[in-house]
Design a protein around this ligand. Structure first.
Ligand code: ZN
Length: 156
């Protein structure tokens, strides 16, 4: 009686090129390349589609898709934003690998920040909304109240 939805994430790579600046080779971010946001995706719905509980689990996971892909958390893992604010201006006079490391650190830091926001709201917004969606889908039984689901997410 469960399902699973992966949160959004970053994927792909910006393009790096090199140029000569004041006689030195400089590696720089040329364009956004394939760097992008991967939307939240439901990877698993426990009950088979023929089960009467399938709709309840699907409603729960669909709520997570709404939250992360179009709703209040859709601004997280904003690849275009990260690129246009920070990544586009990164350079290295050392090496391509050095520039790649700097870019990776910035992406990892933003990924961590987004995960922190998600984790902070798991018990207060994200799961309560999803359980409410699941509970309001038919059939009108086998519903989980807060005391049932909160321990699952280590919510106090
Ligand atoms: Zn959930």
């Amino acid at each position: 009686m469960n399902g699973s939805t992966n949160p959004p994430k970053f994927d792909g790579n910006v393009n790096i090129d090199q140029r000569t600046v004041n006689g030195h080779t400089e590696w720089y971010v040329k364009d956004i390349g394939t760097f992008h946001r991967v939307n939240a995706e439901t990877t698993f719905i426990g009950p088979p589609t023929t089960s009467q509980f399938y709709n309840k689990i699907k409603a729960h996971e669909d709520k997570h898709l709404d939250q992360f892909n179009t709703g209040k958390y859709s601004g997280l893992w904003n690849a275009n934003g990260l690129y246009s604010i920070r990544l586009y201006k990164m350079t290295s006079l050392v090496s391509k690998i050095d520039l790649e490391a700097t870019i990776s650190m910035a992406i990892d830091a933003e990924d961590s920040r987004c995960l922190d926001v998600k984790n902070k709201d798991t018990c207060t917004v994200i799961e309560p909304e999803a359980y409410a969606a699941g509970n309001s889908a038919d059939p009108d039984f086998l519903e989980l109240d807060e005391a049932d689901w909160r321990p699952k997410y280590n919510c106090n």
